[in-house]
Each structure stands twice: as C-alpha cells, then as structure tokens.
Design a protein around this ligand. Structure first.
Ligand code: DGT
Length: 138
C-alpha cells in the first residue's frame, strides 16, 4: 500500500505592523472564514511576488485599514511552523500614517495598551515571542 503524497515544505513570508499611538498598539480581530479566526493579530499579511516587505505592508495596511502608512524600521523577525508550512514573520514599526484606521477586513479593531497585550489571544507565532515584542517597544 502506498502512503499519501507528502506536501513539500514551504515558507510563507508575512509582514506585520506595530502601529503605535502613545502607549497603545493597534490590534485587529481576525475575521471568520480565515485561518486563526477569533485571534487578535498585528495588521499585515503575505508578501506577494515582486514586492519588497515595506511595499507589501503598505499595501496590506491600505487594504485592511484604509490608511496610508509610512513604514518604519524592521523591529524583529521570527519563524513559526505548522506541519510542512512555515511562516517568516517580519515586524515593522509604523508611527505615522494618514487617515483613521477602519475595519475594512477585521471583525474589530482595538487600540490596546502595551501592558495589556498579554491579556489578548494572539496567534501562537506572536504569543511565543511576546516578551521580545514588548522589549522592542521600549
Ligand atoms: P489565510 O491565512 O489564507 O486565511 O489568509 P489571510 O489573508 O487571512 O492571511 P494573511 O494574508 O493575513 O497572512 C498572514 C499569515 O500569517 C496568516 O496565516 C496568519 C499568520 N500570522 C501570524 N501572526 C500574524 C500577525 O500578527 N499578523 C498577521 N497579519 N498575520 C499573522
């Protein structure tokens, strides 16, 4: 008997934004029908072929929040895997933008005080590096 074909391992590059206003960060509740629905994420998404990480994040923030963001520096990078799929997650700081973030994609948006981030259910890829995320926000 032959075993089922194995899916080849592959990596998905993802960019996420640390959008800061005073002592709070913007989190979005992942919508139903998506992977990880019901978890709070940092706005962002997959880098498309031909895009730089910064351009991908700018596009995602335009699509998801309706803002024109000035993407700042790369603050941290991490990897996470589920089965044969891995994500490389790059976090950029975003301190300046035009427009008021709107729920174009998420079920809800929330400005969360940095010290309260630990009370939110985040994707495992973020949860496991929360202390690192907090340290780059200092
Ligand atoms: P999917 O995953 O096929 O349902 O597609 P999307 O459009 O919901 O996912 P997208 O474009 O946001 O891709 C981001 C992937 O990275 C998704 O699998 C969730 C994962 N991820 C883990 N942590 C974060 C995070 O903080 N922010 C974002 N945006 N994605 C994260």
């Amino acid at each position: 008997m032959s075993s089922p074909p194995k899916k080849r391992p592959h990596w998905i590059p993802v960019v996420a934004a640390l959008i800061r206003r005073n002592n709070s960060l913007l989190l979005g509740l992942r919508p139903e029908g998506h992977n990880l629905a019901g978890l709070w994420e940092f706005p962002g998404g997959k880098i498309e072929i031909g895009e730089s990480p910064e351009a991908a994040l700018q596009r995602e923030l335009r699509e998801e929040l309706g803002i024109e963001a000035e993407v700042g520096g790369l603050k941290l990078a991490t990897t996470h895997s589920f089965g044969n799929t891995g994500i490389v997650l790059l976090f950029f700081e975003v301190n300046f933008w035009k427009g008021e973030p709107k729920t174009c994609h998420h079920s809800e948006l929330k400005w969360v005080l940095i010290e309260e981030l630990k009370n939110y259910q985040l994707p495992e890829a973020n949860q496991k590096i929360l202390s690192h995320i907090l340290s780059v926000l200092k």
